[in-house]
Design a binder for this molecule. Structure first.
Ligand SMILES: Nc1nc2c(ncn2[C@@H]2O[C@H](COP(=O)(O)OP(=O)(O)OP(=O)(O)O)[C@@H](O)[C@H]2O)c(=O)[nH]1
Ligand SMILES: [Mg+2]
Length: 331
């Protein structure tokens, strides 16, 4: 019965063994648009998603305005987490590039750890696909890194749409503000204060302006949480990546939030919501609401996504997309 193992099976065992070259190969595969590679990528992602039973890696998004200190914070966090002997995969989404190919921002990232350090893996990726969404490969990469590392971080820039995009693929979303930049106000105006699970005001070494930004945020959150009632209370943490203050607190908040997700039963709820949101978004970006209506609209989609638990998120987009295309071709 046993035939020579397929390339996908080999990749899967490589990932199980946390083999770095398997991780790189898998990430390249999901970025490859050629038909044969595409089919292999879908098989890989199906099998990874089926394996992801107990919740797997802790998935964390870090977002905030350019220059807020996201990379510097990550750098400091990585140090703390490595002291705890935990392994870390990082995806840095490059805001300046479309599609993939090239677009390496290791130097822009200002992440200082050794790329050869075995417990840490960094990949930078193109921000947006042609149609303006977070590139599909970003979602696929999260699935791959989650199979290998204890924690997976995704760094993205922006206040607004990108929060919504990133919130779909992580369990915990961290928003980083910097003092005096009006970030927090902008954020409140954007009306997405309920999205982040952890708020950070970085550059605490600025002193009083940092305190002020923190107080602003706490006041804004106070108003939001009155609507919210019970549940997770998003902390506001003052950090300095420069002095390395507040970093331990931030690491603790990440663990506390994951703990809360597990005990409250929110983790599977959130993952399911993210899956549906991702599939819906990907289809609407490609075919519009009009296209979605051809397979029965939003409610039908929700039922289909819930039913198809043996399919990976990526396979679903692929299959439903073909179905829409077929329906659109019908006279
Ligand atoms: N004073 C001070 N400067 C900081 C701190 N954290 C970061 N910086 C500086 O702020 C600048 C931007 O830091 P990054 O970590 O690259 O910020 P970022 O949010 O990742 O930036 P982008 O990826 O370009 O959006 C750098 O010059 C850092 O040295 C801090 O805690 N205090
Ligand atoms: Mg950065």
């Amino acid at each position: 019965m046993v035939r020579s193992r397929s390339p996908v099976s080999r990749l899967l065992s490589g990932l199980s063994a946390a083999d770095r070259s398997a991780v790189s190969q898998a990430l390249n595969l999901v970025d490859d648009q050629r038909p044969k590679e595409r089919a292999a990528a879908l098989e890989l992602l199906d099998r990874l998603e089926q394996r992801d039973d107990a919740g797997g890696a802790v998935r964390v998004g870090i977002t905030g305005a350019p220059g807020a200190g996201k990379s510097s914070l990550l750098n400091a966090l990585v140090e703390t987490l490595r002291e705890q002997e935990r392994t870390i995969g990082i995806i840095a989404v490059d805001p300046s590039s479309q599609q993939s190919g090239g677009a390496l921002l290791g130097d822009r990232m200002r992440i200082g750890f050794s790329a050869r350090e075995s417990g840490v893996f960094l990949r930078s990726m193109a921000a947006r696909d042609r149609l303006g969404g977070l590139a599909d490969a970003t979602y696929a990469s999260v699935a791959i890194l989650s199979a290998v590392f204890d924690l997976v971080f995704i760094e993205t820039v922006g206040v607004g749409q990108s929060e919504c995009d990133v919130a779909r693929l992580v369990d915990s979303l961290i928003f980083v503000a910097q003092p005096g930049a009006g970030d927090t106000l902008q954020f409140m105006k954007a009306g997405i204060l309920e999205l982040p699970d952890i708020f950070v005001v970085n550059k605490a070494d600025f002193g009083a302006t940092a305190e002020r930004a923190r107080n602003e945020l706490i006041a804004g959150l106070g108003m939001a949480s009155e609507r919210d009632g019970e549940g997770w209370q998003a902390p506001v943490i003052l950090t300095s990546a420069r002095d390395e203050s507040g970093i331990k607190e931030l690491a603790e908040a990440i663990d506390a939030h994951r703990g809360w997700l597990e005990t409250s039963g929110e983790l599977p709820v959130r993952r399911a919501r993210g899956r549906l949101g991702f599939v819906r978004d990907a289809l609407v970006r490609r075919y519009g609401e009009y296209g979605l209506d051809h397979i029965g609209g939003g409610a039908a989609l929700e039922a289909r996504v819930a039913e198809a638990s043996e399919y990976s998120t990526f396979r679903l987009v692929h299959e439903l997309g073909s179905e829409i295309e077929e329906a659109l071709r019908r006279p």
